[in-house]
Design a protein around this ligand. Structure first.
Ligand SMILES: [Zn+2]
Length: 455
């Protein structure tokens, strides 16, 4: 009875917020539903015949979820998943409620894939036992939102400890994530075996051995603190991989690698650039392989996946092109810059920095992003957003030629300036923070250049 009322209220809330045009109404219905029927997640999730998969970690949740959903759907499973931005308990409740009948006795799906905020993980594993849990990586996010990294790791640890039956996929290349095995032994490790090296010299978020606190030695550092590592003191090292990538071929347009597990290898090609997207693809492939999905299904469906909304999106504007690359934390920003440097060609750049809540109100993180790697690639640059001046100052310290940098705080006018910087057939590389990306997308939408405003 409670589920019925909860579902009814959720439905009304969804309709009302749609009518009021307050976005897709992704969290309020779930918030209300959980208030009325606190067990709604348990009740509904347990009806999914193939169970649920939780994806947590700092970066890559959305893209990995999309890739995995694509593979599972190609394997004829009906997948339900929470849209990005609703990765708290209420977002998951909302998604389940939306996909169930009013009585809560039937759910319209075979399997659930849910992105879960790191801090929300314990709450979710209290409510359900997932089939699979994936931890992508742990990087320092905006300072004002999370405490230190080790604390985040122990929160995830407490969550996976509660569900020993769940299979936990851990990124072996991230020492902190790999160390989570102490909480749950039912682990599969995924990672990269290659000789690639990051160009970044920047600060590493997690560089000490989790066993003895001695500084780790890296044979190869792929990016941030991800790589092939070993502790010279106690001998702790990167675990042996169950699922891995090798022979990486990276370009500004796409990425190719050999994907292997047990004794066999297949070629993996994705239409997204950047090493971090290869990690996302690897995690999705590993879970799919564990679920015994055929190689050819995995290869074909992963190849078709495009970037999630604004994260890495290409927009045609006549004969010119916009390439949107969302930046939200120092490591992510540095990775985007490294990706752009694969071809060493000069580029026109458009950088936007906002400091609203969803961007992180403390913008000091831009000083940890390695803009120094970008100055040699920069042809002409436009900076914009609420904190455009701070960005300009950052570029000055990163040795940019300020004679080629223009500042315009109004986003629409800045876009026109940036556009005027490129010739026919050229690409403008746009790096906005989250709310700046939304603002920009709204402008593009009003000019009929993109089809939708929300996913
Ligand atoms: Zn050690």
């Amino acid at each position: 009875m409670r589920i019925l009322i909860a579902n009814l209220i959720a439905k009304i809330a969804r309709m009302t917020s749609r009518l009021a045009k307050r976005g897709g109404g992704t969290t309020l219905p779930g918030l209300l539903a959980e208030k009325i029927a606190p067990n709604i997640i348990t009740k509904l999730a347990n009806q999914l015949p193939q169970g649920i998969i939780l994806i947590t970690g700092t970066n890559g949740k959305t893209t990995t979820a999309r890739m995995l959903a694509a593979v599972l759907e190609a394997n004829n499973l009906k997948v339900i998943y929470n849209s990005s931005g609703s990765n708290l308990s209420r977002g998951i409740a909302s998604c389940l409620s939306q996909n169930s009948n009013l009585l809560g006795t039937k759910i319209n799906g075979d399997i659930g894939i849910f992105e879960v905020d790191e801090a929300t993980m314990p709450e979710i594993t209290k409510k359900v036992t997932p089939k699979i849990i994936l931890v992508t990586n742990l990087f320092r996010d905006q300072l004002d939102r999370y405490g230190e990294l080790n604390k985040t790791a122990s929160i995830i640890g407490s969550a996976i400890k509660r569900v020993p039956e769940s299979i936990v996929f851990l990124n072996a290349d991230d020492p902190l994530v790999a160390s989570l095995k102490k909480y749950n032994k039912n682990v599969r490790y995924f990672g990269i075996n290659d000789h690639i090296e990051t160009k970044s010299n920047g600060a590493i978020d997690s560089k000490n051995c989790l066993e003895c606190d001695h500084e780790l030695r890296y044979e190869h550092r792929y990016f941030g603190h991800l790589g092939t590592y070993e502790c010279p003191k106690c001998g702790a090292k990167k675990p042996k991989l169950d699922y891995g990538l090798s022979n990486l071929r990276l370009s500004v347009e796409k990425s190719i690698a050999n994907y292997g597990f047990s004794d066999h290898k297949i070629l993996l090609e994705i239409q997204l650039p950047g090493l971090y997207n290869l990690y996302n693809a690897l995690a999705a492939c590993a879970i799919a392989s564990e679920m015994r999905i055929k190689d050819t299904t995995i290869q074909d469906s992963i190849k078709k996946v495009t970037a999630a909304f604004g994260r890495m999106e290409s927009v045609e504007v006549g004969t010119k092109k916009l390439f949107l690359l969302l930046v939200k934390n120092p490591t992510g920003f540095t990775q985007v810059i490294e990706t752009l440097s694969y071809d060493n060609k000069p580029k026109s750049l458009f950088l936007l920095l906002n400091d609203k809540f969803a961007d992180g109100t403390d913008i000091s993180w831009i000083w940890d992003a390695e803009l120094e790697l970008l100055n040699k690639l920069a042809d002409r640059v436009v900076v914009s957003g609420i904190r455009a001046e701070d960005l300009l100052l950052r570029l000055k310290y990163a040795d940019f030629d300020l004679g080629n940098v223009m500042i315009e705080k109004n986003v629409e006018q800045a876009l026109d300036l940036a556009f005027a910087n490129i010739q026919e057939g050229e690409t403008l590389y746009v790096m906005p923070t989250y709310t700046a990306m939304l603002e920009l997308r709204k402008i593009l939408y009003n000019r009929s250049l993109v089809k939708g405003l929300v996913e």
